[in-house]
Design a protein around this ligand. Structure first.
Ligand code: NDP
Ligand code: MG
Length: 394
């Protein structure tokens, strides 16, 4: 029986992973080792019971008594805190879903690779902040990383049986997010609620805002470069409002392989879960006659400064991905709290990159996970200060 752990089980990706496991027989088909959550211990305990997990861990230490109470009599171990989450990743499992949001997802993924697990990677921040380290760790332990982000799953599938050396370009599609049809001048005043109204995908709150600002696409461009090992100028972005083509791979003979499907993350999660097989999945089938047209347009870099910043990060590598991601997370927190405006998120990130300029170009061969974590911390402090200044000047 295959053993499985899910880090970030109570989130949007985690819930959809649990849904697929339950449809495939749940605890009768899989041995569930660890399930982790953040604060939502009610749901965490419920899924741990349903899937008969060995251990359930929440990030929030103050929730531990509640988690224990909800698991009483089940025989399921309970633990709390970041270190307990990392320890849960030390428990061997064949397949591990990495779907914690943000930089907190980094350590558990690394620890899972060390015992040779197949890591289904939704946590794109891992590749953005520490791509070269993560790929090297996987190679060192003979572990495999399978992409879960829909674009990267699409690219991965369009590469099956092909030689990466024959790839000319990779074209990431972007929906454009909730504000894609707003005039540029209006974007500065966009509210959290407006940025959360995603046209196609139902996702967690943070990634939905990142989708409207294209910070999500910026992370994905970097993720593509790190995961597939292509050059930065081989990665392109095109706005495709229907979100039916999930990404494309262009080959040197001019062929373009596009991956299509309904916008439902259970496809990419299910592909990673069943790889290299394809299992029946409960996602909607495309009715092409009904869809009739697909549209595309080039992204405007003035509207989406995050895409321009991603190019800078790819050119520098080193610790710039860690700084970029951390600054973005802090800027997002300030936007969510009403401190800064929608367009000011990019301003904060750009200013943090400039402020840390001298410290970013670290030789990748010399980088350690601790360096990445230290830069994450430093960039958060700087971003907090800069966001305060930007908010004050508003
Ligand atoms: P959610 O916000 O829905 O879920 C995040 C999960 O992480 C929850 O289980 C949450 O726990 C847990 N969590 C939050 N903070 C911490 C922390 N500090 N330590 C440990 N656990 C924590 O996010 P999504 O599922 O949307 O996204 C997860 C990852 O997948 C992100 O990296 C995202 O970029 C990526 N992704 C998501 C897609 C989507 O469609 N949602 C698509 C492609 C990629 P709790 O809720 O209990 O507090
Ligand atoms: Mg994506």
């Amino acid at each position: 029986m295959r053993s499985i752990s899910i880090f970030g089980a109570t989130g949007s990706i985690g819930e959809q992973t649990v849904d697929l496991l339950e449809r495939a027989g749940g605890a009768d088909s899989y041995r569930v080792v660890a399930l982790t959550g953040g604060r939502n211990v009610t749901r965490l305990a419920e899924m741990a019971r349903a899937l008969r997990a060995e251990v359930a861990v929440c990030a929030e230490a103050s929730e531990l008594p509640e988690l224990r109470e909800r698991l009483a009599g089940s025989g399921i171990e309970a633990a709390a805190g970041p270190e307990a989450i990392a320890e849960a990743a030390d428990r061997p499992a064949d397949w591990v879903m990495s779907s914690i949001v943000g930089a907190a997802g980094l350590a558990p993924g690394f620890r899972a690779l060390r015992h040779g697990a197949t890591l289904a990677l939704a946590n794109k921040e891992s590749l953005v902040t520490a791509g070269p380290l993560l790929m090297a760790e996987a190679a060192r332990h003979g572990a495999r990383i399978l992409p879960v982000d829909s674009e990267h799953s699409a690219i991965f599938q369009a590469l099956v049986g092909e030689d990466i050396a024959a790839v000319e370009r990779i074209i990431l599609t972007a929906s454009g997010g909730a504000l894609r049809n707003w005039p540029l001048e209006a974007l500065a005043k966009a509210t959290v609620k407006e940025a959360l109204a995603h046209p196609n995908w139902a996702m967690g709150q943070r990634i939905t805002i990142d989708s409207a600002s294209m910070f999500n696409k910026a992370l994905e461009v970097i993720e593509t470069r790190e995961f597939f090992g292509v050059a930065p100028d081989q990665v392109e972005v095109i706005i495709h409002p229907e979100s039916l083509i999930h990404s494309m791979v262009g080959y040197r003979d001019g062929a373009v392989m596009a991956h299509m499907g309904a916008p439902d993350m259970r496809h990419s999660i299910g592909y990673a879960l069943n790889w290299p097989d394809r299992a029946h999945l409960p996602v909607a089938r495309l009715d092409l006659a009904q869809i009739a047209t697909l549209t595309f347009r080039a992204p405007d870099l003035e509207r989406y400064p995050a895409l321009r910043l991603a190019r800078e990060v790819m050119a520098r590598r080193g610790l710039s991905g860690a700084a970029f991601n951390a600054a973005k997370e802090v800027a997002l927190d300030h936007f969510l709290a009403g401190g800064i405006g929608f367009m000011q998120m990019a301003e904060v990130v750009e200013r943090v990159l400039a402020a840390l300029d001298g410290e970013l170009s670290r030789d990748i061969g010399q980088m350690t996970l601790e360096d990445v974590q230290a830069m994450d911390h430093l960039a958060r402090v700087r971003a907090g200060e800069i966001a305060g200044v930007v908010a004050g000047a508003r």
